[in-house]
Design a protein. Structure first.
Length: 407
């Protein structure tokens, strides 16, 4: 059972479903969010607009010149594209990989129930179904990949996503035309790379793309730490097994639909935040990336011997992303037994070192000690926090007396 967002009888005949949905149906893969792609011989934008109007859905023209429009429903999107070439087979012949160049006439389906479909009912001029059975990614034609170089990176992402292998000749072509990827807009590369890194085994294929020099113009190899990066997924699995609540941090949205997990993996991949400048990360992503790499050496230096004051100071500087630093430390070979107590502190909102409760405020200093507003108030409050985490004071009265003693 699969609920479509509109009745396909509202479409002209013929109208074809193509691309990822067809591929995933053949692989028996289901997602909560529908991503439908239609090819129509004519009036694609007008049809999309009529569907959007009838079902009170969102509508946007994606490419006026190529006649591509999108209808946005609550449970998915439907893209409508005008057929390219004089036939559907010609249109499919312009696609990236054979497994994505399979179509079916969508009136064979009704709105709620998928009618069983035989192989003969699929339009498959390049034996994409054979590739799906062989778990193989094979190009339709080299020029198709060169026409939109983002397809180079997409091949590696789909290999990770589906658990497939890239056919040898196709991989050779991807490597040969990889320099063309630098001409693609940073936003598109960033999005595709984020998809790749979000996949459970995405690190393996990211390393494959790096070794094939696919990403050389975006992430120069001289800045990379592949040994650390290769361990990051196992480290994240270890932490989630021991601290399940960390999943909330890994799934924290930093920018649009990009999550903290992606930035943590990028931080594990590189030794320098400047190496990723070309990707155009958001301010929040940059803050995390710079902070993780900056404080990692300080954290690892404290693992053998640390005072409460040093712990407190590090937590205050890294509280937002501290577990990300722990991930990189573990992936760098530091012992779990030394890092776990830090994570236990970070996860405990009542911890006296990670989250010390303020004993006094700036108003207390002004009202009770007559200290005028100045940067000195901040210095006094910080001194109180340090004395507090060191166990030297435990109450407001003791804090006031402490301030008086150092004034």
């Amino acid at each position: 059972m699969e609920q479509f967002p509109f009745d396909f009888n509202d479409l002209p005949t013929p109208a074809y479903l193509v691309g990822g949905w067809v591929r995933d149906r053949l692989l028996n893969r289901r997602g909560r969010y529908l991503d439908l792609d239609f090819v129509l011989p004519e009036k694609a934008v007008e049809t999309a607009q009529a569907i959007a109007r009838k079902y009170k859905a969102g509508f946007v023209v994606l490419d006026a010149e190529r006649q591509i429009a999108r209808v946005v429903f609550r449970n998915g999107t439907a893209d409508f594209a005008q057929q390219m070439g004089d036939s559907l087979v010609a249109d499919l012949g312009r696609r990236d990989f054979c497994m994505n160049a399979i179509a079916m006439e969508c009136h064979q389906l009704n709105r709620t129930v998928l009618i069983p479909i035989e192989r003969e009912q699929f339009i498959d001029p390049f034996d994409g179904i054979g590739d799906l059975k062989a778990k193989r990614i094979r190009m339709v034609a080299p020029e198709n990949l060169a026409d939109d170089p983002l397809r180079i990176l997409r091949g590696y992402r789909q290999a990770a996503q589906l658990g497939f292998e890239i056919e040898d000749l196709t991989r050779q072509v991807l490597i040969k035309i990889a320099p063309k990827l630098k001409s693609v807009a940073a936003e598109r590369v960033r999005t595709e790379l984020s998809y790749l890194l979000s996949i459970a085994n995405g690190s393996q294929w990211t390393i494959g793309a790096i070794n094939d020099r696919i990403l050389e113009d975006w992430i120069p190899s001289r800045y990379l730490d592949l040994e650390r990066f290769a361990k990051v997924e196992d480290v994240i699995a270890l932490l989630l097994a021991n601290f399940p609540s960390l999943e909330l941090l890994f799934n924290k949205q930093l920018s649009g639909d990009r999550y903290a997990l992606v930035i943590i993996k990028l931080a594990a991949l590189t030794n320098s935040a400047t190496a990723l400048e070309s990707l155009g990360l958001s301010r929040a992503e940059q803050r995390w990336l710079v902070g993780i790499l900056r404080y990692l050496p300080q954290f690892t230096a404290l693992l053998d011997r640390v005072s409460p004051k040093e712990q407190y100071k590090l937590f205050q500087s890294t509280l937002e992303f501290f577990p990300a630093i722990a991930v990189l430390a573990l992936a760098s070979g530091y012992e779990f037994e030394k890092i776990a107590p830090w994570l236990e502190r970070w996860l405990n909102p009542l911890d006296a070192i990670a989250y010390p409760v303020a004993l006094i405020t700036g108003d207390d200093l002004r009202n009770e000690l007559g200290i005028p507003p100045s940067p000195k108030i901040g210095e006094f409050l910080e001194s109180v926090k340090i004395a507090q985490v060191e166990g030297r004071i435990n109450s407001k009265a003791e804090a006031i007396a402490f301030i008086q003693s150092i004034m």
